[in-house]
Design a protein around this ligand. Sequence first.
Ligand SMILES: Nc1ncnc2c1ncn2[C@@H]1O[C@H](COP(=O)(O)OP(=O)(O)OP(=O)(O)O)[C@@H](O)[C@H]1O
Length: 299
Amino acid sequence: MVIETRGLNHYFGQQKVVDNLSLKVQKGSIYGFLGPNGAGKTTSIKILLNLLKSQKDTVYLFGKEINSNRIKSLKRLGALVEQPAIYAHLSGKENLINRCILLSINKRKADEMLALVGLTEAADKKAGKYSLGMKQRLGISLALLSDPELLLLDEPTNGLDPNGIIEIRNLMIELASKHGKTILVSSHLLSEIERIATHVGIINKGKLLFQGTITELHDLSKPTIEIEVSDIDRASEFLKSNGFEVNTIEEKKISLMYKSAEESGKINTLLVQNGFTVSSIYQVRKDLEHLFLDITKNN
Ligand SMILES: Nc1ncnc2c1ncn2[C@@H]1O[C@H](COP(=O)(O)OP(=O)(O)OP(=O)(O)O)[C@@H](O)[C@H]1O
């Protein structure tokens, strides 16, 4: 395991913000750390970075207890937590060179990092003039300078426009697939995590509610298909008589368990061929709130 926490707790005064947390992050995975605002994600990440102290024998990075291997462990990871620390009056490249000097890394690495995060063309522009997405990318490139095996990214797409979100998402996928990095990325959006993660941990009020692969999460969050169709009652009876299980019928739409794209297509064709007008057919996934309800129900 690249990251392992064992029954980790953290208090701010009387408030327990991390509650018996046992994370397991495998090498090469993109681990989506999912939870609503205030769930304890940032606090947990700060503990992993040793910015907040953990009890002995609760946090292991690369298989070693963090408090007794602080420097060695931290050397192997890069992080972006809250706002990236960027000098606004320096260009992107100068920011990187500056950090190279601090870390005694060859300055040539700056160009390599700019290319990696797609900032080559903006290399000489003042970082203060960068868009939010460019600042995040510069932040990630700074975190990557020392070529860490592990990246901890706290809500890296927060506040970005749709384009910026896609850029960061693609960057994370590339870093994991082409460069073999292990990434822990936090978010409060299920849809955001689903698109990139191989593994997911869901946290609420400091407690881990679910941990598993993305497939295991999908099994849990069973999507539905919603069909807006004419003559709704008859359409529903028709589907039932053809062996489909109808979940609910509302005023304008029928809801069924989603099985596959092929099956959705088959339902559509069947309805149309039998004289029904299908105005829309779409897949609906649960949002985080509904997923929480399911998980707590199942527990
Ligand atoms: N330094 C601090 N002192 C006291 N309480 C804190 C401190 N930092 C965070 N908290 C509280 O701890 C809880 C968890 O906060 P945390 O920032 O870890 O959550 P989060 O899941 O990262 O949410 P967000 O996405 O809003 O940052 C919240 O109730 C927050 O108010």
